[in-house]
Write a protein that binds this ligand. Sequence first.
Ligand code: ADP
Length: 477
Amino acid sequence: MKKILFATSEAYPFIKTGGLADVSSSLPKALAELHQDVRLILPNYGALKHNNEINFRSEFRVGMHTVRLLETKLPDSEVIVWLVDCPEYFGMNGNPYVDEAGDSYPNNAERFALFCRAVIAVAMNRIQHDWKADIVHCNDWQTGLIPALLSLEYQCPQTVFTIHNIAYQGLFSGLMASVLRLPMPLLSQNGLEFHGMISFIKGGLVYADKITTVSPTYVQEIQTPEFGYGLEGLLIYRNNDLKGIINGIDADWNPENDLFIPQKYSINSLQNKVINKIALQTQLNLPLDENVFVIGLISRLVEQKGIDLVLDCFPALLSLPIQIVILGSGNKDFEKQLSQFSAIYPHKMALSLGYDESLAHLIEAGSDVFLMPSRFEPCGLNQMYSQRYGTLPIVRNTGGLADTVVDTLPNTIKDKTATGFIFNEESPGALLETIKRAVLLHSFPDIWIGLQTNAMTCDFSWENSARQYLELYESIE
Ligand code: ADP
């Protein structure tokens, strides 16, 4: 049994801005089910949501700061969660990384450097709690300094660093090296330095024993200039230690026992799915019509997700016999343009700006197809949720989308492997043509139900992925 400390900057249901939060609760739970001693550690944000009891564990110093370690459990599990409490850095209510205007907090480098040092104190058993990690599993740039600083320690745990999105690198002015008291040996070009800046993600990519990312296709992509954001050379150099492991999806995302939707359904009662469509239309003031083709989209509204491609498809898209339901928040310009279209086409388009877990489940259950025209997508979760809900994903051929969706073609219909619709070119025209292809096929109920059945029987469970992580931990010498 391995002692695994899983370090992350967000975890569902405590705090979530994206897929990292889902992975950070599902993977530790799946590892615990494989009988590993796994503990989760994250900052104690002011906005953290919790119902379970929280207990004080210990108090220790990190630089000039006094840090308290609090303990709770992941809901519906026995996984222990440690919260790094430092109110002057994490006490604010709201998003963990950015202020209300969407700008990064000016002290993010100090905040996450402190978090990394606190994780190291815990992992090395320096706070007298009689638990020393065998493995520290780090996630994204916020935890990048952990492998770097641990590399200077004697008898340190082994480290794994997972890239959930290489576009976010934690780049800060070179002057921060002294503010953060980063040791000289870490500061060279072969260390944390990146074009005169300090790169937190490089801490993971250079110093971790193993590097993973969240799909086999994204592993290949990040080794190219198009997707590597300047780190492709380093990743090619570390190729032997680099592996792609696709994320699974959590059991909460299942139409058979989903507590957020008015009508549960399964592969054997697919006819009940339409009740959720009517509920969705009712909730969002769209005309009630059980036959209309409903397109769902839930996303951070950023360029990565191809939101501009969708906008460029309007109004041609809105002239088709469809309804489109969009839930998201992000780029203010995208929010404004989407609002303008929804005001012009209220009978065809419903927009909900903000974050809404319950509406997200209803959209998955009530839509016919789900749109993910991402420019790049390390793994993506909604295309897998969608398949489990019999809501066929329309995706671009990239990253985890390419690995988890099988395009509907004559041969894949025949051999019962088709589960969605894929387009290659990063253009509104290609997206629109693919949506039209789906609308056309929707008018053949027998074929459509076949596709839904294929999609709903795919295995996206975490168990398979957790086993691959465990094998990786065990492979580190
Ligand atoms: P990313 O991590 O790049 O945002 P993923 O597809 O990996 O993309 O994960 C996104 C997760 O966040 C999914 O669980 C999705 O349902 C959820 N999500 C995104 N935006 C919203 C929103 N506005 N309301 C509710 N859930 C959202």
